[in-house]
Design a protein. Structure first.
Lengths: 279, 279
């Protein structure tokens, strides 16, 4: 099927947001795209029909469903060059307000699905001795915000596993990049991509204030999803891609502030930190 | 009651947790200590003092956690300081570890701590005081640990939610500190605290090398003195303005410093790309 120098992409959560913008741009450029969504009809509706497009209905909480999707991608296009773990959703609420179920579900999609996709594609990538895994975290995966503790935990986890994975698969010629976007003008802040605690506790006023601020941002986010798609495509062409990439001037600023804050903590408490070694 | 504090410590039958219990009891504090096995606790800590409450608790079971917290309140009347110390290491490439091996590490290292926090917070909010220490690891900020992808993901998650937690409980007079120890000379790398994959894959040479290095070179040569590490935590609990990030050990300090510098320089190197995506 595939006989050009165009790459084969495998993208999760592709029916909207950054995933959808990326799929459209890739098809326009002549790349091959396998895209997953909970509902393949919504994918086809969003993207249309295209010979280089393989829409896949996948339940990302089911490893069988994921490995079938990877198999049919390889069967259709012969290989997988770039994997984008994009599926995910926001979960707001104080830790005390969120139930075990709410916490577990967000980890299922934001963390464990990403792990299952990595496990499913790695044998193919190792066989090829090539590939690029791009995991979409968030600026919240580097600098946590009030009212988003569990979301931050999932996105920090994605950063952590990506940093280690980058080292572990280097010997196979495989690259890993974790992308930490700021706010992009997608449907992310609307109700289908962002949920908040079912049982809020009125005491948590700072959490409510923080959520209200995010709500007013909807529709005026700084980030252009089409420009993000261009960055992803350039990233996949780069022979030396970065392990971490912040996207958006808001993400850049927040990351920069966080580094300074952490460096300050390190200096302020240095005497305590280095006091614990055996002499 | 005296000016002595009530501490609640998970995973107290060995390692830093055990040292912490012993030092606190020697100082006359009240200590509720949990472990999967009450027998292990009683064997490790043989004391007849009424200041010590050994509790058998299954940290992944929210009901069991709730019961342990209730017993502590019933016995000592309050909880001043919580140390989420229970956790274990997992060393294997992402591809090698099964979904259940990965999830179990999250169950204990992440969801277990969240269970304790959610069960304790109603009491701390009522008191309008308290200090929550979450034991992460230098691997919760730095991903340069080959083969520790899942473990680092769990510890990054702990770092992330602690940062958000600190801001959401601050209005209630409650502090949160994430502790990021380097290598401490405990049984962490030897006695059942470091698990490896049931189904290793031959190809992952760097992962096996990391395992060999940790089990044969680092174990029992760790630079960190557990007694001094624990003393630093006890001292931090006395601070009026405690650190959000407490790195422990000169190795931890050096790695954190170099990671912060690396992120800083990457931020500059990729700035043009990062800020190119705004509308």
């Amino acid at each position: 099927m595939k006989n050009s120098n165009k790459k084969v992409w495998f993208i999760t959560g592709a029916s909207k947001g950054l995933g959808l913008s990326l799929v459209k741009k890739l098809l326009k450029e002549g790349s091959f795209v396998a895209a997953t969504s909970r509902n393949s009809a919504s994918l086809i509706e969003a993207v249309g029909h295209h010979t280089a497009f393989l829409p896949l209905q996948v339940d990302l909480t089911n490893d069988q469903s994921i490995s079938e999707a990877v198999k049919s991608t390889v069967a259709t296009f012969g290989q997988i060059d770039v994997v984008v773990n994009n599926a995910g959703y926001g979960i707001g609420g104080a830790i005390e307000e969120l139930s075990t179920k709410e916490i577990h579900q967000s980890f299922d999609v934001n963390v464990f699905a990403t792990l299952m996709v990595i496990k499913a594609v790695m044998p193919q990538l190792r066989l090829q001795q090539s590939g690029h895994i791009i995991n979409i975290s968030s600026i919240a995966g580097f600098a946590a915000a009030t009212g988003w503790a569990v979301y931050a935990a999932t996105k920090f986890a994605v950063v952590g596993l990506s940093e280690v994975l980058a080292e572990d698969v280097k010997e196979f010629g495989i690259h890993v990049t974790v992308v930490e976007p700021g706010a992009f003008r997608t449907s992310f802040l609307s109700s289908d991509s962002l949920i908040t605690a079912e049982n809020p506790i009125s005491d948590y006023k700072a959490v409510r204030t923080s959520h209200a601020k995010y709500n007013t941002m909807d529709g005026s986010q700084l980030g252009d999803p089409d420009k993000a798609a261009t960055v992803f495509i350039d990233l996949a062409e780069n022979p030396n891609p970065p392990v971490r990439l912040f996207l958006g001037s808001d993400a850049y600023n927040r990351a920069s502030d966080k580094v300074s804050l952490l460096q300050k903590d390190l200096q302020d408490w240095k005497a305590v930190t280095i006091s614990t070694d055996f002499k | 009651m005296t000016n002595k504090k009530v501490w609640f410590i998970t995973g107290a039958s060995k390692g830093l947790g055990l040292s912490l219990v012993n030092q606190l009891l020697a100082k006359g504090h009240f200590v509720a200590a949990t472990s999967r096995s009450r027998l292990d606790l009683e064997e490790a800590i043989s004391t007849a003092t009424s200041h010590f409450l050994p509790l058998q608790m299954d940290i992944v079971n929210e009901e069991s956690v709730k019961e342990a917290v209730s017993k502590t309140i019933a016995t000592f009347g309050r909880i001043d300081t919580i140390v989420n110390n229970a956790g274990y290491g997992l060393l294997g490439a992402l591809e090698e570890l099964s979904d259940s091996e990965a999830r179990h590490n999250f169950d204990v290292n992440v969801f277990g701590s969240l269970n304790v926090i959610r069960q304790a917070l109603p009491h701390l909010r009522e008191q309008q005081s308290g200090h929550i220490f979450n034991i992460s690891s230098i691997g919760g900020y730095v991903g340069e640990f080959p083969g520790f992808g899942i473990y680092c993901a769990t510890k990054f998650a702990v770092t992330g939610f602690t940062e958000a937690l600190a801001t959401e409980v601050k209005p209630f007079g409650i502090h949160a500190t994430v502790v990021l120890p380097g290598y401490f000379r405990t049984s962490f790398l030897s006695s059942g605290s470091l698990l490896t994959p049931k189904n290793p894959i031959q190809d992952y040479k760097s992962t096996r090398a990391s395992q060999e290095h940790h089990q044969n070179q680092i174990d029992q040569n760790q630079p960190g003195d557990p007694e001094k590490g624990v003393a630093a935590i006890i001292a931090m609990a006395e601070e009026t303005n405690p650190a959000l990030h407490l790195f422990l050990g000169s190795d931890s300090y050096a790695m954190a410093k170099s990671k912060a510098a690396a992120v800083d320089s990457e931020l500059e190197q990729w700035k043009e790309v990062s800020v190119s995506t705004d509308f």
